[in-house]
Design a protein around this ligand. Structure first.
Ligand code: KG4
Ligand code: ZN
Length: 358
């Protein structure tokens, strides 16, 4: 069964053809990084215009590379949310039109669930219960997954996503966008012990993340030590390298130690680490060590599947179809779509947020 996946939630227009939920026949990604680099971050209006221009050619290319045509596609899976509304709508409208025209099922997929499924192509079958750390530019969550398709948020960020923190710190240090790869590169020649970051304290004691304090610590350190960020094209100095290494080490250990603590509590049979930040080698090494100590396997997607792509959306869509689930034609983009099936947990999370703010 061939599923055509479509992803347009942020700054990548992507399409992929996946056979039986596990075999990638093609995966085409048109990145807008060069466009947004000029502004140091994603500009929503520009992103949606670019998606409009690229979506047709990207889908055509994905079909051609898979050696197939629309008439052989059995279902369309598309990112329904969360993401930027204008960007999401481009993918959703295109997917609906295709599914309607071809009279085949349409499946709206949660982007974060897509990241969970990004590990299915290169790893053994995931054994449940599983635990997934999803770390990207827009999301930082740990999910407990008692069985396939059922998610419970056991940790989340109270402010910035981890990737967002990497991007903002990189900007402060004068590095290019996206900041994650730039910080990782610089961190290799810096001292991770040079600057001490205090661990964020969450007032209600929940195992949640907070990255805004780390960002402020970097900004304060730059000011107090009168360190000027690197100019474009300039080799950053030793203090900037040390700051990059210390920030990375601090952010990565916060992520992995929290996951390890929650894994001890929930005893999953598999750990999953995915999302753009999962490209980070320091994160992978530390997660591998934590998994060894816990005696469970940890699965990562390779780099091209860690960042946004449509193969993961097709794989998640296939899983929905296998469970007999598809979307109605009145499905639409949902900017704040949540990945959890426990209704009252939603209310509980909102309460927690208010308490934290007070
Ligand atoms: O999953 P993704 O492509 O898009 C979102 O859904 O957000 O993730 C992009 C994020 C960016 O914030 C980027 O800086 C971060 O992933 N990232 C990294 C690395 N590569 C990408 N962060 C840390 N280290 C990396 N090597
Ligand atoms: Zn993503």
């Amino acid at each position: 069964m061939l599923v055509l996946g479509i992803e347009s939630s942020c700054d990548e227009t992507a399409a992929a053809v996946v056979r039986d939920g596990r075999e990638i026949m093609s995966s085409v990604i048109s990145s807008q990084i060069d466009l947004h680099t000029l502004y140091g971050g994603v500009v929503p209006e520009l992103a949606s215009r670019e998606h409009l221009a690229k979506i047709g050619p990207v889908i055509d290319q994905s079909l051609a590379e898979a050696g197939t045509q629309l008439s052989s596609i059995s279902a369309i899976a598309v990112t329904q949310g969360p993401g930027l509304v204008g960007s999401l709508l481009v993918g959703v409208c295109y997917a609906k039109a295709l599914a309607y025209g071809l009279s085949i099922p349409l499946v709206g997929v949660n982007h974060i669930e897509g990241h969970v499924y990004s590990v299915v192509f290169e790893n053994p079958q995931v054994e449940y219960p599983a635990m997934a750390l999803i770390v990207s530019g827009g999301h930082t969550n740990i999910f407990y997954i008692p069985q396939e398709g059922s998610y419970k948020v056991v940790s989340r960020t109270r402010d910035d996503a981890a990737g967002e923190a990497f991007d903002k710190v990189a900007k402060m240090l004068g590095l290019e966008y996206p900041g994650g790869p730039a910080i990782e590169k610089l961190a290799r020649s810096g001292d991770p012990q040079a600057v001490k970051f205090t661990r964020p304290k969450i007032s209600d004691g929940r195992p949640d993340f907070s990255f805004s304090g780390m960002k402020t610590a970097v900004s304060r350190y730059l000011k107090e030590n009168e360190i000027d960020p690197a100019l474009p094209g300039e080799e950053p100095g030793r203090p900037i390298k040390d700051l990059a290494a210390s920030f990375q080490s601090s952010a990565v250990s916060l992520l992995v130690e929290t996951m390890a603590k929650l894994a001890e509590e929930h005893r999953p049979r598999t750990l999953i680490v995915a999302g753009g930040v999962a490209c980070n080698l320091a994160l992978r090494e530390m997660a591998e060590e934590a998994a060894r100590n816990l005696g469970v396997p940890v699965y990562f997607p390779s780099k091209h599947l860690s960042t946004d792509n449509a193969a993961m959306i097709a794989a998640a869509g296939y899983a929905h179809l296998a469970q007999g689930r598809s979307s109605e034609m009145n499905m639409t983009a949902d900017v704040t779509l949540r990945l959890q099936n426990l209704e009252n947990e939603d209310a509980e999370l909102r309460k927690r947020k208010v308490r934290y703010r007070l």
